[in-house]
Design a protein around this ligand. Structure first.
Ligand code: CA
Length: 308
C-alpha cells in the first residue's frame, strides 16, 4: 500500500472518508500521477526491474485514481492540493508514502517559525519577498522548522494524529522528479551518474521560462531567487524541483560523512552540467547555509527509514 493514511483509517469502501484522511482533494487526471518517462532511443530495452517498477507506479496511480474517482474533475487539470494553516499546499506523489509541499518553504513560512520561537538571526536576504523560498538556512534550521510545524499543526488539528513534517528522502525526491525507475547502482553517487537527464530533456540548456537558472543563460528574468510557483510545475504538480534553490533532504550522500546532509536540485546560482540533472546530488555541513539553498517539507506518517 502506498498512500500513508489509507489502510487503517480509510477503507476503500469509504472513498470520501479516505480522501479526507489522506488530506488531499481528488486528482483531476490520472496522467498527473504517472511517472515522468524520459525520451529513450528506440534501441534501448528496459530492464526487468525497470518494467516492474513502472508497472508498480501505474498500479499505484490506478489505485489512487479509483480511490478518488467519484470526484474526478476535468481532464488535463492540475492535481488538487490540501493546505495547512500557513497556507502551504501539499499534493500526493504516487510511489511515495508522503505528501509533498508543492513548493520550497517560503520566507513567510519560516518567519512564522522564527517569530513563534523568538529566534533573532539574519536568515533572510532583505531584498527577497515573503513568497520567495527561504534561503540562508542550515539543515538544522530546516529540521527545527519541521519539528515546530508538526507541533503547530497538531495543536490546530490540521494533521492526523501521528503525522509529522520532515524533509524528503533521496528516494522520495527521485520519485518526485520521475527518475526513480531509471537510477541504478548501490550508492547514491552511482545512481547520480546512471541517469544523465535534465528535467527539460536532453538539451544542455532549458527552454525559455522553464525555471530559474543562471542569469547568464537568460532563460528567466530573475537575478537571484524567484517567488515560488513562478514557473510551470512538473507532472506531479511540484514547483521548483529544478532551479530557484537547491534543497536540503534527509540522509547522507556519503555514509562516511555523517556531518554532511544530502542536497537535491540545482539553483539560480548553480546550473548546468551536471548540477541540473534530475539525478544530481550534493551535500553540505549540518550548520552551513547559502543564499541559493532552501528546503521543502513533506508530510509523513511512517517513521523515517534507518537509511533514508
Ligand atoms: Ca535566473
Amino acid at each position: 500500500m502506498v498512500v500513508v493514511w489509507s489502510e487503517a483509517r480509510c477503507p476503500v469502501s469509504h472513498r470520501a472518508s479516505a480522501c479526507l484522511c489522506l488530506g488531499i482533494a481528488p486528482p483531476k487526471s490520472i496522467s498527473a500521477y504517472l511517472p515522468i518517462v524520459p525520451k529513450q532511443p528506440l534501441t534501448s530495452i528496459p530492464s526487468v526491474n525497470s518494467i516492474v517498477t513502472r508497472l508498480a507506479c501505474v498500479l499505484t496511480a490506478s489505485w489512487l485514481l479509483a480511490l478518488v474517482q467519484p470526484s474526478l474533475a476535468a481532464e488535463g487539470a492540475a492535481p488538487s492540493t490540501s493546505e495547512n494553516s500557513l497556507g502551504m499546499k501539499f499534493v500526493a506523489v504516487p510511489g511515495t508514502k508522503v505528501l509533498f509541499c508543492i513548493w520550497p518553504t517560503r520566507a513567510q513560512d519560516f518567519e512564522a517559525f522564527t517569530k513563534a520561537k523568538n529566534i533573532d538571526r539574519k536568515w533572510a536576504d532583505p531584498a527577497l519577498g515573503p513568497t520567495h523560498p527561504v534561503v540562508n538556512v542550515s539543515w538544522k534550521d530546516a529540521k527545527a522548522f519541521c519539528a515546530w510545524l508538526t507541533e503547530h499543526e497538531r495543536k490546530a488539528s490540521k494533521i492526523p494524529e501521528g503525522s509529522y513534517y520532515r524533509l524528503p528522502t533521496d528516494e522520495e525526491w527521485s520519485v518526485a522528479v520521475g527518475i526513480a525507475d531509471k537510477e541504478q547502482g548501490p550508492t547514491l553517487s552511482d545512481k547520480m551518474w546512471s541517469v544523465k537527464l535534465y528535467p527539460w530533456g536532453e538539451d544542455k540548456r532549458p527552454p525559455r521560462n522553464f525555471g530559474n537558472y543562471l542569469a547568464e543563460w537568460m532563460v528567466d528574468d530573475f537575478e537571484k531567487t524567484s517567488p515560488v510557483g513562478s514557473f510551470k510545475p512538473n507532472a506531479f504538480g511540484l514547483y521548483d524541483m529544478s532551479g530557484n534553490v537547491s534543497q536540503w533532504c534527509e540522509g547522507l550522500l556519503d555514509p562516511k560523512a555523517d556531518e554532511r546532509r544530502l542536497i537535491r536540485g540545482c539553483s539560480w546560482n548553480r546550473s548546468g552540467y551536471p548540477y541540473s540533472w534530475s539525478s544530481y546530488r550534493a551535500h553540505g555541513d549540518l550548520d552551513h547555509w547559502s543564499d541559493d539553498r532552501g528546503f521543502r517539507v513533506v508530510l509523513a506518517k511512517e517513521p523515517l527509514p534507518d537509511k533514508p
